[in-house]
Write a protein that binds this ligand. Structure first.
Ligand code: NAG
Length: 395
């Protein structure tokens, strides 16, 4: 299938219109933000909400709901879903020249997948997902729905999976089956509920383990079956080929192996690259080395690829060069933001992590919050400006 994917990539490169067999947003580049912390809370970036819900003593949604009790948890989480991202947030996002949102979701938003005797998650989230997608559609934003917290947990000790699991239990057939059911359901919802009209991709699992050898079944089994189950659902629904969803997988650069290895048809394949420079081996933590890295680094490989998570956080967050209190912090971080957008716009574009954060370590750290970075003057009010800038000249 290599020839056809090359032809397909060439087609995408020369036209901004949707390709003939499937659709991608008719935009020059994807420029977006993650709605991190809405449906899957990460306490490190949301200490205030976490505490308001009553979860301060717990490490993950699972632990918190188990301890609060189902009914109290539902009430508290519903309040969070109702208030953390409002229609005004969505309007602001669109007003900043952004065209896309990625929405991290847990498998538990499809409530009948949850084992009621042993798993604990808040209930009632779907209504809020429907609402936020409707707002996004009205604001002209495109949407990626991301299975961020997979059944059984795709990583150990990571609250982004919704649980603080001691082992990553996702990589077995019965957990895959739960994920396929989620994907089929989400595919159905996307094509039959008009609030979801601007959803163009479903990501089949966020950030699996980075040891390819321990997750071979994911490449050999999960990706190809996930793709065919989505496709079969679309056939059953009679979806026109031009309206079919893209199916997103982490790219090879993520470190879980080559996602294309067992795919027989890549027409609808779409890739996600997460690039946090702070955790990138070889990127020395100095301002100059970071600029050098971002200006020259190549995120290509599996295409089309969007850099679906990245931030402005350095390895040495409070070192003298990187302190956000340095007198020239705003101007330097502004350059590094632009350099990163230049890098990612060499591919299909980017989605920042995250739209908003609450106080981290007692202060607003705009390196993780797009809204806060705009307010601080670090990110301009037109997201396309970075790639037009000259910050990489000389690198
Ligand atoms: C799609 O979802 C609707 C509403 O839940 C349901 O009635 C219908 O049977 C589903 N379609 C398929 C093909 O599963």
């Amino acid at each position: 299938m290599k020839t056809s994917i090359l032809q397909y990539a060439a087609l995408l490169a020369v036209t901004s219109l949707p390709a003939s067999r499937a659709w991608l947003p008719p935009v020059d580049k994807i420029r977006g933000v993650n709605l991190g912390g809405l449906f899957v809370i990460e306490p490190w970036m949301q200490a205030t909400s976490w505490s308001t819900i009553g979860c301060s003593a717990y490490k993950s949604e699972f632990d918190c709901v188990m301890n609060l009790g189902q009914e109290a948890a539902n009430t508290a989480f519903q309040k969070h879903w109702d208030t953390f991202i409002t229609q005004d947030d969505i309007t602001q996002i669109a007003g900043l020249g952004l065209n896309t949102i990625r929405i991290p979701l847990g498998y538990w938003i499809k409530e009948d997948l949850v084992y009621s005797d042993s798993e604990h998650f808040p209930q009632g989230g779907f209504t809020y997902l429907e609402r936020v997608c409707g707002w996004a559609k009205d604001a002209g934003l495109y949407i990626i729905l991301d299975l961020h917290g997979a059944p059984g947990a795709q990583q150990a000790d990571q609250p982004f999976t919704g649980q603080y699991a001691s082992t990553p239990g996702f990589y077995v057939d019965y957990q895959y089956e739960r994920a396929y059911k989620w994907l089929e359901w989400m595919t159905n919802v996307t094509h039959t509920n008009s609030n979801f009209d601007t959803v163009y991709a479903i990501e089949v699992v966020n950030e699996p383990l980075q040891t390819a050898s321990s997750v071979t079944t994911m490449i050999d089994t999960y990706y190809p079956i996930a793709m065919s189950r989505i496709n079969s659902m679309e056939e059953e629904l009679g979806v026109a080929t031009s309206k079919k969803l893209h199916v997103q997988m982490m790219n090879q650069k993520w470190g879980s192996g080559d996602p294309t290895k067992a795919l027989t048809d890549e027409t609808y394949a779409y890739y996600d690259d997460h690039h946090y420079v702070k955790w990138t081996p070889g990127a020395t933590a100095t301002r100059d080395a970071y600029m050098q890295h971002s200006c020259t680094n190549d995120r290509g490989g599996n295409t089309p690829v969007v850099v679906g998570e990245w931030s402005l956080s350095p390895a040495d967050e409070d070192g003298s060069e990187f302190s956000i209190d340095a007198s020239d912090a705003v101007s330097w971080y502004s350059k590094w933001w632009a350099a990163q957008t230049i890098s990612y716009e060499k591919q299909a574009g980017w989605i920042f992590w995250s739209w908003k954060v609450e106080k981290i370590g007692g202060r607003i750290d705009w390196r993780w919050g797009y809204q806060q970075a705009v307010a601080a003057g670090v990110i301009p009010s037109d997201a396309s400006e970075g790639a037009k800038s000259t910050v990489c000249d000389g690198y």
